[in-house]
Structure formats: structure tokens, C-alpha cells
Write a protein that binds this ligand. Structure first.
Ligand code: ADP
Ligand code: MG
Length: 203
């Protein structure tokens, strides 16, 4: 069973892989309602995290998450870099070295609050938060089933299609943003799916 540094390294590898595999899809989504750089931004960021995976994973969980978050801020760029960076850095700040399930539920909400403080977006604004918030709510409801969390994230990303963008570059399109999935919502669901797949192996 993977644990500690080995588990952290597996998580980085899985997230970097899913982003790489879907980079073109993320770019296409961002071409529809943004500037077409989300796939390349995310790929660049997670390649940088993966390149540093061995030394990052050797650190305790809080430092590992903070380090990954800082790399994302530096390498992803765009609007999403600082926001995903804030998500991971806040998780690192909030989580103890050996978190309980309750610690994780609490830290995930705190990380979302930090993303909201930074990006001034709410639920329904057609952003990554439209995946992150429903997943946080499911965790808070006490449903910690890993498959159910991945399914919630996936359904929530699909549910951004009919929304009109209120924040981010897609908001410049107004009603024309309707009918397209939000790229950051999709990348959030992909990351959550990848984390779930790794955690299922160790659960
Ligand atoms: P940019 O919009 O600068 O080109 P990206 O294309 O990398 O950056 O990322 C776009 C994604 O970032 C959007 O699909 C959305 O999910 C997310 N996003 C943009 N602005 C915000 C915000 N204020 N709050 C939360 N998420 C946001
Ligand atoms: Mg973009």
C-alpha cells in the first residue's frame, strides 16, 4: 500500500498525467469562451510540479502542498494559476502532517474560501468554483465515498454548460458563454478524478 512520500509522488504523477492527456480538450474549451491557453497553462504548471515531484514528495504533506501551489502560481499563469495555486497553498497551510477525514473536509472548504477571496467569484459564476463548491458540500454532508466525489465533480463540470459566465475572461462574452463547459471547471473535475483514482488504490 502506498503511503507517505510514495503516495504523494503517485498523486503528482496522476494529476500531471490527466492534465497532459486532456490538454488539447482544455485548450479547445478555452478557445470557445476564453483565449485558448488553459490546456497549455495547466500542462506547463503540472509538468513543472512533476519535474520536482521527488523532492516535493519527500516533504511532509503541508510543505508538499504549499510547494506544489507555489510552482503552480509561478508556472501556470493566466487567471487559473494564482487561483489553483491558492487552493493548494491553503490546503498546505490548513492541513496537519497526518490529517483525519474531518481535517480534510475543513481544509478543503478553507481553500475554497481563499480562492473566492482572491477571485471574487461565487457559485454559479461559471468557474472552477462550480466544481469545487459542490464537492466541498458533498464532503461536508458526510459523503466521503471516493467514487461519489468523482461523479459529483464530473456532473458539476457538465452543469457549467448552461451557465452564463460572470467572472473571468469568459464573462466578456456575456450570453455567448452559455452552452460551453468552463475550462477551469473541467480541469478541476479531471484533477479530482485523478486524486480519487490514486486514493482508491490505497483505501
Ligand atoms: P485566463 O482566463 O487568464 O486565460 P486560464 O485560461 O488558464 O486563464 O483559466 C481560465 C479558468 O480560470 C476559467 O475557466 C475559470 O474556471 C477560472 N477562473 C477565471 N477567473 C476566475 C475567478 N475570478 N474565480 C475563479 N475561477 C476563475
Ligand atoms: Mg485562458
Amino acid at each position: 500500500m502506498k503511503q507517505g512520500a510514495e503516495l504523494r509522488q503517485a498523486l503528482v504523477a496522476a494529476v500531471a498525467k490527466v492534465i497532459e492527456q486532456h490538454a488539447e480538450e482544455l485548450t479547445a474549451l478555452d478557445q470557445a469562451i476564453g483565449d485558448g491557453d488553459h490546456g497549455i497553462n495547466m500542462k506547463r504548471g503540472f509538468e513543472a510540479v512533476a519535474a520536482d515531484a521527488a523532492s516535493l514528495a519527500a516533504k511532509p504533506l503541508p510543505e508538499f502542498l504549499k510547494g506544489a501551489g507555489m510552482t503552480l502560481v509561478m508556472k501556470v499563469g493566466g487567471a487559473s494559476g494564482p487561483l489553483f495555486g491558492t487552493l493548494f497553498m491553503t490546503l498546505g497551510k490548513e492541513l496537519p502532517i497526518e490529517p483525519t477525514a474531518a481535517d480534510i473536509v475543513k481544509a478543503f472548504r478553507a481553500a475554497i474560501v481563499a480562492v473566492q477571496a482572491r477571485g471574487k467569484a461565487e457559485a454559479g459564476h461559471k468557474t472552477m468554483l462550480d466544481v469545487l463548491i459542490p464537492v466541498a458540500e458533498q464532503l461536508e454532508s458526510g459523503n466521503l465515498d471516493l467514487d461519489a466525489l468523482a461523479a459529483r465533480a464530473h456532473a458539476a463540470s457538465e452543469a457549467t454548460k448552461p451557465l452564463k459566465a460572470i467572472r473571468g475572461r469568459a464573462s466578456f462574452l456575456g450570453d455567448r458563454s452559455i452552452g460551453h463547459m468552463d475550462p477551469g471547471a473541467r480541469s478541476s473535475a479531471l484533477m479530482i478524478g485523478a486524486v480519487v483514482d490514486v486514493l482508491k488504490e490505497v483505501a
